[in-house]
Write a protein that binds this ligand. Structure first.
Ligand SMILES: Nc1ncnc2c1ncn2[C@@H]1O[C@H](COP(=O)(O)OP(=O)(O)O)[C@@H](O)[C@H]1O
Ligand SMILES: [Mg+2]
Length: 181
């Protein structure tokens, strides 16, 4: 995985596969404390304690097409290479929160990548799921909450090209000056 936005896409998709209809993604960059923290929270089916204890093992997956589950362990590896780690909290029937933290300026920290494309891929591919994307960069803050957009849409699907066009514009202008640009 080349950049953090692709790890975020992968982990958010885990939540959607687990039946979530709300996924909250938060990226917090703080150059003062030299921390980059990413959290992905979903309200999907969750994992029991036994599965959770093994889920960062790259050989654990519930997929049938491939025996190796890699998404979470690859993100953990990226975080560890950048002086951090990845933790998972999960409650069956409630949901899952994945937290990855890194040293912001670590030489091996992956670039943020393109969060505009990550969010649009999630929204276009999962029009019935809501997303709250919060990006904090020192004293700047950007929030995209598709629940607010959905209220205005009535019968129009979230992935209608005119809607995703407006979401794209909002992301691009809102993230100006952020590393996710
Ligand atoms: N947010 C989640 N909610 C419920 N189960 C999850 C979640 N994330 C991961 N899992 C479980 O952990 C397994 C491993 O996930 P992952 O490392 O991303 O590999 P993969 O998605 O390729 O299986 C998944 O197959 C799934 O069973
Ligand atoms: Mg996965």
């Amino acid at each position: 995985m080349e950049d953090i936005s692709l790890h975020i896409l992968d982990v958010a998709e885990n939540g959607i596969k687990a039946g979530a209809d709300l996924v909250k993604i938060t990226v917090e960059e703080n150059t003062q404390t030299d921390r980059l923290v990413v959290t992905i929270e979903d309200n999907g089916r969750g994992m029991d304690a036994d599965f959770l204890a093994r889920v960062l093992d790259p050989f654990v997956t519930t997929r049938t097409t491939r025996k190796v589950g890699l998404g979470l362990s690859l993100f953990q590896q990226s975080a560890q290479e950048a002086g951090g780690d990845l933790t998972i909290a999960s409650t069956p029937g409630v949901g899952t929160t994945v937290t990855a933290f890194m040293s912001y300026r670590h030489i091996d920290r992956k670039p943020m990548g393109n969060m505009v494309e990550t969010m649009l891929t999630l929204i276009e591919g999962n029009p019935d799921c809501d997303f709250v994307y919060t990006h904090i960069s020192n004293d700047k803050r950007y929030v995209l909450d598709t629940r607010e957009i959905r209220c205005e849409l009535e019968e129009i699907p979230m992935n209608h090209p005119e809607v995703t066009g407006l979401i794209r514009d909002n992301l691009v202008s809102g993230l100006q000056g952020f590393s996710a640009e």
